[in-house]
Design a protein around this ligand. Structure first.
Ligand code: MOS
Length: 731
């Protein structure tokens, strides 16, 4: 049985609130948790494949040019070396997954420092690495632009223009016009990119670390010239992706080509440095924010003009202005996104593309405006929540932003403004607090999942959906358990294999709502199948603890199934419900920061996040998503920055020592409030995206707290001690 829904209308039946098991939303532990913490969950590179060769990628130490020659013979006689491959299909750039449907692009030319140009294959990893280091390659080099500020830009998307922003600024009682910069980010997933490819002469099977298997299978088949049915991908466990594994990259293509040519399995694991230099970066940005307000603090104008970069011929535009479309009021609006073309590795999706860097700057400007008007920054935000989409006029499907600001303020202990900075000092440290809103657009995508009830009364869910650390295994077992009247431990969830029905994949905070809805649809069908067996209406039947109960009786599922298995495939597709409504997750951040008067060092002391993202499917894993996002906010605000050499353009800080993601000592106790809501436009399970929400705006709360502490406005992210010191000197 297959059941299909294209969601054109709002589903406010709230079915999951009316079922009997009571496991939806519960903070159950991850079914795969024990495997992960004991190191026995196999990640891509860890599968034990007999007779496996090892491949090491050789990358170009030039910005731009051509490979003139590769002296294969120089290394082929080295111990253990089997082959040197330089197929152009395995060079080039990472695909961008479904982000822009861009394929894996082969390249004859070198376009960025760190681009793979060859693969050395040997019997052992050490032999392959040694030969890779000694492989003589001659290049013909070319100059290329590397400084995004020094090149002309062109529009990356159509601007949003409404009214006359310049005039609104002229006539405003209060206004802010500020330019803020952010630097590039690395996704910095813990598990490096890795693949083991096996070719049996006609079909290819690849253990890989990927986020979106359905798309990745197409990309890999296309790049190899194979029929999709000949390619199987396996990613049961993924150690984070954060955008960098949305599309396939060079290690998977190289391992596949080598396996096909050499007739033996081949493993290719990227080094940490290669992951940083080769795969993907978040673009740096320059953003001008203009806010115009009347005497009461109502916004009359809203401007957000952003400058980003990417490689020549690479389409992905970091959607910096995405939630500026709908977050705040302002009749007169100007939103633009302009692209500079430079030779750095592909700019792609990294942890909440767009809002991760776009909201924090708007939130800083809002803080400055509140100060000018002389009102509390929370009040300014509350005054400017539009009744409908300010440009398109559609309604918000749900929005807990005001409640998040209010309840978050209470939980945090927010002290009302206005107040002058430098009000509190503890020894060398100035102490201050700041607030910011959170916003992240919600999206859903087509997904399928198969659910079955086994003769023994247990459930099974199968989809090629991935769990990249987010909790997919948990929530799918809860959705199926709730619908079928089973404890989640009695539902086996099998993921990460393209032999299963194609799910949504994990990306853009879409996975839970999309694949979760496919599981939900399949379960609705199974409930109907069971009700038919009982000759009752599905609505009058309660499934609980392995029993079906109805008015007048009860029966164990095992008895009802009578030795048979029943199965249904759910097929969910987004429709008009997310077109006719503005569907977004919202929230608020509060931060307390200490700034050292002498060194400019900033330490986050505590942070509260309050979030509304529709139905909470599992309070433990959802909270963990929020904690992860808030941790990224600290990195975004204070430490994370890709540093490119201004002379040769190479990425200088390409490991986790030099590229500083917040570590344990940087992260204080984080408080998370989850405000339950039901959003039937978002999905048939009334859930919205949460994965990336916790990152979208919080760095602005930290920036505003730095100002409240020491009186210095810093306009460059990350706010490193040198930048804070320089700003302190201007106070
Ligand atoms: Mo996300 S940056 O779409 O994995």
């Amino acid at each position: 049985m297959s059941v299909h829904l294209k969601q054109d209308s709002v589903d406010d039946r709230n079915v999951l609130d009316k079922t009997g098991q009571g496991v939806i939303g519960e903070p159950i532990e991850r079914p795969e948790g024990l495997l992960k913490v004991t190191g026995t969950a196999p990640y891509a590179a860890e599968f034990k494949i007999p007779d496996c060769l090892e491949g090491v990628l050789v990358t170009a130490p030039i910005l731009r040019g051509k490979v003139k020659s590769i002296d294969r013979d120089a290394v082929l006689s080295m111990p253990g070396v089997v082959a040197v491959l330089s197929d152009e299909r395995m060079t080039g750039r990472a695909a961008q997954g479904m982000a822009n449907a861009a394929p894996f692009q082969p390249a004859q030319d070198v376009e960025y420092w760190g681009q793979p140009v060859a693969l050395v294959v040997a019997e052992s990893f050490e032999e392959a690495r040694d030969a890779a280091k000694h492989l003589p390659i001659e290049y013909e080099t070319e100059e290329g632009p590397i400084d995004p500020a020094a090149v002309e830009t062109s529009p990356a998307q159509d601007p949003t223009r409404q009214g006359d922003l310049a005039q609104a600024m002229n006539e405003a009682a209060h206004s802010v016009d500020v330019t803020i910069t952010t630097e590039g980010h690395a996704s910095a997933a813990m598990e490096p990119h890795a693949a083991i490819a096996q070719w049996d002469g006609s079909s290819l099977s690849v253990h890989a670390s990927l986020q979106m298997l359905k798309f990745n299978r197409t990309e890999l088949a296309d790049s190899l010239g194979l029929d999709e049915s000949k390619v199987r991908l396996l990613s049961p466990y993924v150690g984070g992706g954060f955008g960098s594994k949305l599309g396939i990259s060079q290690e998977a293509v190289a391992a596949s080509i080598a396996a096909m040519e050499l007739g033996r399995p081949v493993r290719v694991v990227m080094s940490r440095q290669q992951v940083f230099q080769t795969i993907m970066r978040r673009t740096e940005t320059q953003q001008r924010i203009r806010l115009a307000a009347d005497a009461d603090g109502k916004l009359t104008g809203f401007g957000h003009e952003a400058r980003i970069s990417n490689l020549p011929n690479e389409d992905f535009p970091e959607p910096v202005i995405q939630s500026s479309q709908f977050l705040y009021a302002g009749e007169n609006r100007l939103l633009t996104l302009d692209m500079a073309r430079i030779h750095r590795m592909t700019a792609g999706s990294v942890r909440a593309p767009g809002e991760a860097v776009g909201v924090q700057t708007v939130e800083q400007a809002m803080d400055m405006l509140a100060e000018k008007i002389g009102i509390d920054p929370i009040e300014l935000r509350l005054k400017n929540l539009p009744d409908q989409h300010p440009v398109k006029g559609m309604p918000y499907s749900s929005r807990k932003l005001a409640e998040c600001l209010q309840q978050g303020a209470e939980a945090f202990g927010w002290e009302k403004r206005p107040r002058k900075p430098r009000h509190t000092r503890e020894g060398e440290w100035w102490i201050g607090t700041g607030v910011a809103s959170a916003a992240r657009i919600h999206a859903v995508v087509e997904a399928k999942a198969r659910v079955s009830l086994q003769p023994d009364g247990t459930g099974m869910v199968e989809s090629d959906m991935t769990d990249i650390g987010t909790g997919t295994y948990s929530i799918l077992s809860q959705i199926a358990g709730e619908m079928l009247g089973l404890e989640p431990k009695d539902v086996l969830v099998r993921l990460g294999d393209t032999d299963f029905p194609p799910g949504s994949g994990s990306g853009g905070s879409m996975g839970a709502s999309s694949t979760g809805s496919a599981v939900f649809l399949a379960c609705e069908d199974l409930r109907e199948q069971l009700a038919r067996k009982l000759n009752v209406e599905p609505a009058s039947m309660v499934l609980k603890d392995g029993f079906a109960r109805w008015d007048g009786g009860q029966k164990a599922l095992t008895e009802l199934l009578d030795g048979d298995e029943i199965t249904a495939t759910g097929h969910f597709e987004p429709g008009d419900s997310t077109e006719d409504n503005l569907v977004s997750s919202f929230g608020a951040f509060f931060a307390e920061v200490a700034v050292n008067h002498w060194t400019g060092e900033s330490r986050v002391r505590r942070m509260t996040g309050a979030f509304g993202f529709g139905r909470v499917l599992n309070r433990r894993t959802a909270r963990s998503q929020c904690l992860g996002g808030m941790t990224w906010c600290i990195g975004n605000a204070l430490t994370e920055s890709l540093l490119f050499d201004p002379v040769d353009g190479h990425l200088a800080n390409c490991d986790l020592a030099e590229y500083h993601v917040p570590v344990h000592r940087d992260v204080p106790d984080l408080q998370v409030l989850m405000l339950e809501e039901r959003d039937g436009a978002a999905s048939p399970i009334q859930a919205k995206g949460v994965g990336e929400l916790g990152l979208c705006g919080g760095a602005g709360a930290i920036a505003n707290a730095i100002y409240d502490a020491c009186g210095a406005r810093v306009f460059e992210y990350p706010m490193t001690p040198d930048r804070v010191l320089a700003a302190l000197e201007r106070v």
